[in-house]
Design a protein around this ligand. Structure first.
Ligand code: SF4
Length: 337
């Protein structure tokens, strides 16, 4: 049987940001943005991380790339332990790990033309000899659906969707293995979103890219993913292949997120589950299950005991969720309050 290679393996990753206070500016507390998450990304797949703002999904992407140095954990990329690399070695590995940001305008230097933006990345990583760069840039523009006549234009001369295509071309310019898309289509109009998502999928088919796709938008995640991680307040609460997650969600948080998506079939109306209150602060997260302050099924046990990710006989193919009462909720033995 063909075994998929794990291109990225993240183990017990933590990212605590210190909060300074008092007269001496000492660390008085921490924002526990990511609090001990473990997952892997297979070569050639799209793994999405979804959750509300503040759940730690973007911090996870930045921590993997060491744009923010993680507090602890292990990140193995293509058999290399990234967190043990010197800054210089990390820079050379970064060629294989690219990121596309949400705001294409903010991430492109407004004083540089497209030619300069793309050749800058190639020069830093020395992937293409200087005399071949022009051809490579023209090829990249063609791949992302831009024209050769646009090579000497500045970012402000492009639309939002076109700017995101430049961001994609920049990521591709160094022949990466893994591309982290951090809310990469969130700033775009819906029709442009679809174009950019289709472009990402086409590039994946052609060049076998691996994507870690970070988004708050379940509709977008459903379109692009092979597998999905749901995060809540710095923790993974559910992980599954796309079909299992969308047809057989287990965790009450995932069920509530999915219940908010309008069903395309009016016959299949879902009962909307409205969560109580707002997401608590990651400075002082709730004890036990972090979701207990908003969960309609919470019991005393949920306040004290941390649920681990686990599977049940109602789940298939690597599907896991972190809740004490998966069976009782699915079988209707427990009802929401
Ligand atoms: Fe809700 Fe308790 Fe399950 Fe957490 S462990 S999701 S609070 S029922």
């Amino acid at each position: 049987m063909y075994m998929q290679k794990e291109l990225l393996k993240v183990t017990d990753l933590k990212q605590y940001f210190p909060i300074k206070g008092g007269f001496l500016g000492r660390t008085v507390n921490h924002v526990k943005a990511v609090d001990g998450i473990t997952f892997h990304v297979n070569e050639g797949e799209t793994l999405s991380i979804v959750g509300e703002s503040g759940c730690g999904k973007s911090t996870t992407g930045r921590s993997i790339l060491r744009l923010d140095e993680p507090t602890s954990g292990e990140v193995i990329f293509n058999d290399t332990d990234l967190l043990s690399l010197s800054k210089r070695k990390m820079r050379s590995v970064r060629k294989d790990l690219q990121i596309i940001f949400q705001d294409p305008y903010a991430s492109l230097n407004p004083r540089m033309t497209v030619r300069q933006i793309l050749s800058e990345a190639m020069n830093i990583q020395k992937v293409v000899p200087k005399k071949e760069q022009e051809n490579k840039i023209l090829e990249l523009l063609d791949i992302v659906g831009l024209g050769a006549h646009q090579i000497d234009r500045y970012p402000h001369e492009f639309s939002g969707g076109q700017r995101q295509r430049i961001g994609i071309a920049r990521a591709l310019s160094v022949d990466p293995k893994l591309i982290i898309c951090d809310e990469a289509v969130s700033a775009l109009d819906v029709s442009i979103q679809a174009q950019v998502l289709n472009l990402l999928k086409k590039l994946q088919r052609e060049f076998k890219f691996t994507y870690l796709f970070i988004s708050h938008d379940l509709g977008v995640v459903r379109h692009i993913s092979d597998r999905v991680i749901v995060m809540y307040l710095g923790k993974i609460v559910e992980i599954a292949d796309k079909k299992s997650l969308f047809t057989n969600p287990q965790h009450p948080y995932t069920i509530s997120l999915l219940s908010a998506i309008p069903s395309p079939d009016p016959e299949k109306k879902r009962d909307r589950i409205i969560l109580k209150g707002d997401v608590p602060s990651p400075i002082d997260p709730p004890t036990g299950c972090r979701f207990h302050t908003r969960c309609p099924f919470a019991t005393e046990k949920c306040v004290t005991d941390v649920p681990e990710l686990r599977t049940t006989n109602l789940m298939e193919g690597g599907h896991q969720a972190a809740c004490h009462y998966l069976e009782e909720i699915k079988e209707g033995i427990m009802q929401p309050t």
